[in-house]
Write a protein that binds this ligand. Structure first.
Ligand code: SF4
Length: 437
């Protein structure tokens, strides 16, 4: 066997870059994965799954699948996108930046709407960043400097399992040589989570009252007056937390969907950013969203540098428009405003409301995914592809916007294309149909 080291894990936005994989001498089989958490290791090992689907398939009238070639699947994909007035091209978060860029070229030619999984995740954070900017930092700075860490509405113990040991709680850095003993950890969550169980303070906030509590913390920083309780938290505790934060050398606020998708949405993030700016009057402070899919940050970056907007990009008029709520994938599906559905690197069948999934089921549709997912089950064409970060490399962005190059570890199954290669086939066919070079 051979040992491949310094691999990145293509599962969550932490993008751990210290994974080691033992591979058979012929480079085809993964024997063992070390350093990854359980969910990361499972992603690598799934590449070996004996029931893996290795050829594109079209759904037949009776609901059964018929195997087709990649060329046939690319022709079908190009045709449904070109025939549609407003095709939805959704997902992108579990593929490389290079594949995203190719897909966006297709979207421009067919006048599609390009949206990524931020639409049901950190979209409100992106809107808030437009509104007020963001004082942020890298995870390396957190590891080396942060002595006050807040997890607000997120539970990395389950969603980003190695985040706490590599960067935010237990890791030992240049100025944090004693690991967790160098830091005070605060978890704000209505539930007693596993992350809360390792925190120094668990603030059990009333659900949906994030805005009020963040506002109260801003007041408490200035020792201003507060009512007896705010969001179910006694005022003494709020003053204590404010003093604790002010006394730190470097504060980092991590926040998740408990804040982005509760009452207030993007305004919760506006005020969390304002709190971070306020803290910078007393100490150094930064704020980082806990991004989920491993390259959802990259999707926002690529859309940003190509079209100027990080998600919900509507190209149907030949130029980029952006209006979350109007040009967001789920809203378009719910209102029946799209007439073809293209999914890559995501599973709306699992995450979208049933009404949207029913619409996907009715539309001409294609799903590009290495796995059999609920989205595949409601799509007309399924294109299995090599796993990015395991069977093909490519650029990805970590949750703190640091780009990292993922690497190929093993060969994909014989004859299987990467998503980049499949998208090139679709692009060529779209160019042929549209009569452009
Ligand atoms: Fe992979 Fe995330 Fe686990 Fe790191 S924490 S090994 S990136 S799933």
């Amino acid at each position: 066997t051979q040992l491949v080291t310094d691999i990145i894990c293509p599962f969550c936005g932490t993008l751990c870059d210290d994974i080691e994989v033992e591979v058979s001498d012929d480079g085809k089989k993964i024997i063992k994965v070390t350093n990854a958490c359980a969910i990361g290791a499972e992603k690598f090992l799934h590449a070996q799954s004996p029931d893996r689907i290795v050829r594109p398939r079209m759904k037949q009238e009776d609901g059964s699948w018929k195997e087709v070639t990649y060329d046939e699947a690319a022709k079908y994909t190009a045709k449904i996108l070109c025939d549609a007035k407003k095709p939805l091209m959704y997902g992108w978060s579990s593929t490389s930046c290079e594949a995203q860029a190719t897909g966006h070229m297709i979207a421009e030619l067919v006048g599609g709407v390009v949206d990524n999984t931020a639409t049901v995740c950190h979209g409100p954070s992106l809107i808030a960043v437009h509104d007020v900017g963001i004082p942020s930092c890298t995870l390396g700075e957190v590891k080396n400097r942060a002595d006050r860490v807040i997890f607000w509405g997120c539970n990395p113990a389950h969603a980003h399992p190695r985040h706490m040991s590599r960067y935010s709680i237990f890791s030992r850095g240049y100025f944090t040589t004693k690991g967790s003993k160098s830091r005070k950890i605060i978890v704000v969550d209505p539930r007693p989570t596993d992350t809360a169980s390792v925190a120094d303070y668990h603030i059990q906030i009333q659900q949906g009252r994030d805005y009020e509590l963040i506002d109260a913390l801003r007041v408490a920083l200035q020792e201003g007056p507060l009512p007896e309780t705010v969001a179910g938290v006694p005022k003494e505790k709020i003053y204590d937390i404010a003093r604790l934060l002010k006394s730190g050398r470097f504060v980092t606020i991590f926040f998740g969907m408990g804040v982005t998708h509760s009452l207030g949405k993007n305004h919760n993030i506006d005020i969390a950013i304002a709190l971070t700016s306020d803290l910078n009057k007393y100490t150094k402070a930064a704020i980082i969203p806990m991004r989920g899919h491993y390259n959802v940050t990259g999707s926002g970056q690529v859309l940003g540098w190509q079209f100027g907007f990080p998600f919900c990009v509507d190209l149907s008029r030949g130029f980029a428009r952006y209006n979350p709520g109007e040009s967001s994938a789920n809203d378009l599906l719910m209102r029946g405003e799209v007439d073809a559905n293209f999914v890559i690197g995501s599973d709306p069948g699992s995450h979208f409301p049933f009404k949207s999934v029913k619409v996907i089921n009715e539309l001409p549709s294609v799903c590009i995914d290495p796995h059999m997912t609920p989205t595949v089950a409601v799509s007309k064409c399924h294109v299995p592809v090599a796993l990015v970060g395991i069977e093909v490399g490519g650029s990805c962005y970590r949750m703190d916007n640091v780009p990292i190059e993922s690497r190929k570890v093993v060969d994909p199954p014989a004859g299987m294309l990467t998503d980049g290669e499949f998208l090139e086939l679709v692009l060529t066919e779209v160019q042929r149909i549209k009569g452009v070079a």
